[in-house]
Ligand binder design. Structure first.
Ligand SMILES: [Fe+2]
Ligand SMILES: [Fe+2]
Length: 129
């Protein structure tokens, strides 16, 4: 069962960026659904690699749009994106945790961050479109 469900209220009024957010939700749900199972521990490392790659791609596109639309809080927003990348990289490198534990930690961080960031921070950009 999915934990993060996309609803139209999360739209920031840009189809490309909304598509990225939906994909990030999907990635989270795959990890959430497999965490606590044997699959969760084995896919978490490749999921984190995929997440780092895709989040970087998404953040660059979003930041470019903010710059183009003269979004007033771009610098602070970029710092929030960097925090995400640093945290996910830290999780990826945490050798001490087993796969199962790492999957649980990742689900905890990712679910909270993603939902809050999309609904509270990315949503502020909507009025600039
Ligand atoms: Fe963002
Ligand atoms: Fe975003």
């Amino acid at each position: 069962m999915s934990l993060l469900t996309w609803v139209d209220a999360y739209s920031i009024g840009n189809e490309e960026i909304d598509g990225h957010h939906k994909k990030l939700f999907d990635m989270f749900n795959i990890l959430y659904e497999s965490s606590g199972t044997t699959a969760g521990g084995s896919i978490v490392y490749s999921m984190l690699d995929e997440l780092l790659y895709y989040a970087d791609y998404h953040f660059k596109a979003e930041e470019q749009l903010m710059i183009e639309h003269n979004y007033v809080d771009t610098d602070m927003h970029m710092i929030r994106h960097s925090y995400f990348i640093d945290t996910v990289m830290g999780l990826r490198r945490s050798e001490g945790l087993g796969g199962d534990e790492l999957a649980k930690e990742t689900v905890k961080f990712l679910g909270n961050w993603l939902l809050l960031h999309v609904t509270k921070e990315d949503s502020k950009i909507a009025i600039y479109f």
